[in-house]
Design a protein. Structure first.
Length: 163
């Protein structure tokens, strides 16, 4: 099995978390993780434009072959759900334009893969991520932690394929 780079994204238009890993010989190492933050004072389309520009730079720099992204699950704010859905569509379009294979994961699937329990809370997810990925004690924004959880889910879901 050769090396491959995976980009994991927790979609959002206000804040978008991302994580990039190199997978090699059924092991993975995190290359970078972070947050794309847009300005609430900018127009919605300027915010989308910033997200697309930042992700294009990340894709150009790291050359991932796969995108792992969270399925959207909203029960309350439909306006936010629509905006996040639009961003997700832009992300998938960018991924497909760059020949990335796209994988989606439901939030419960992510929680189950990271903690062993599909109804785990954010604290349990963060604790397991820090243990499993040996993350430093630095404060990480929820969106970045979510991207790391998506990355770990993708890795564990495909580990048997990699071996």
């Amino acid at each position: 099995m050769g090396n491959k780079v995976v980009l994991a994204i927790d979609p959002g238009y206000d804040r978008l978390g991302y994580a990039i890993a190199l997978i090699s010989n059924s092991q993975f190492s995190i290359l970078k993780h972070g947050l794309i933050q847009t300005n609430k004072k900018d127009s919605l389309f300027d915010r989308y434009k910033l997200i697309m520009a930042e992700l294009s730079t990340i894709i150009t720099q790291f050359k991932p072959s796969e995108l792992a992204i969270e399925e959207l699950y909203f029960s309350k704010n439909t306006k936010t759900a629509l905006r996040v859905s639009e961003v997700k569509g832009l992300i998938i379009s960018l991924a497909l334009q760059n020949n990335l294979q796209v994988f989606e994961y439901h939030p419960n699937q992510i929680k189950l893969a990271v903690t062993g329990h599909g109804k785990a809370d954010k604290k349990a997810v963060e604790k397991m991520l820090r243990l499993e990925l040996k993350l430093p004690k630095e404060k990480l924004v929820d969106d970045t932690l979510d991207a790391l959880a998506i990355l770990l889910t993708h890795f564990t879901s495909h580990k048997n394929i990699l071996e």
